[in-house]
Write a protein of this length. Structure first.
Ligand code: FAD
Length: 179
């Protein structure tokens, strides 16, 4: 297996102009990257570009609250939508997948990690998957569902969030909670 190319490999600090609000991450093109930044930080930058001063947390939060719902996603919205898709794929995965589907699923996860729109998220996810202990496990629905839960927990830990109990993955994403 070859090395997966990263979409961008330049630390944001090296390209950051002097006046960027904290939390704004630059994309591979050197411009602020919406799908890599929090909505509040991106809004603060956007306001600054329009000559405003929305760099305080309350002003940025207010700007986010007034943002229409049909705007391009920030890093959190993109993440929630992506996890919903990924866990839902595991929920509809066959209990006994064919060897061909198993192979295609591994390929899909590799390509997904490469194309993920937040470049530093993509880079970290690829690195995590490249560790042989974390290679996708896809020989049954339960195995794939648990692997996806572990993958999500890796990001949760990275962000300082609580780990999800992976014995409950199927209730959360397939059957619904038991009464
Ligand atoms: P999410 O973490 O999006 O979770 C949505 C729902 O999934 C939760 O409400 C919960 O019910 C359920 N859930 C939570 N954990 C698990 C689990 N382990 N298994 C099953 N279900 C679970 N953001 C960054 O800021 N930096 C990153 O480096 C980064 N990397 C990412 C990499 C990938 C591949 C993806 C898909 C997203 C990444 N994100 C990253 C986004 C981040 O994971 C969150 O989606 C985002 O912060 C919003 O979090 P949330 O608290 O709303 O819930």
């Amino acid at each position: 297996t070859g090395t997966i190319e990263t979409k961008a490999d330049v630390p944001p600090e090296e390209k950051k102009p002097a006046k960027l609000p904290p939390g704004v991450v630059l994309g591979p093109d050197g411009k602020p990257c919406r799908s890599c930044s929090s909505g509040a930080a991106f809004k603060a930058w956007s306001s600054l570009m329009k000559g405003g001063v929305a760099t305080t947390a309350p002003a940025a939060a207010q700007a986010v609250a007034s943002t229409p719902s049909d705007c391009p996603p920030d890093v959190e919205e993109l993440g929630r939508a992506s996890w919903t898709l990924l866990h839902s794929i595991t929920a509809t995965y066959p209990e006994k997948p064919s060897p061909q589907l198993q192979s295609e699923t591994k390929t899909f996860m590799g390509i997904f990690a490469k194309l993920y729109p937040c470049w530093y998220c993509a880079k970290d996810f690829q690195q995590w998957m490249q560790d042989e202990r974390n290679a996708p496990r896809v020989s049954s629905r339960d195995e794939f569902g648990r692997w996806m839960c572990e993958a999500h927990n890796h990001v949760n830990v990275r962000l300082g969030k609580k780990e999800f109990d992976c014995t409950l993955w199927e209730e959360r994403w397939r059957t619904g909670w038991k009464d």
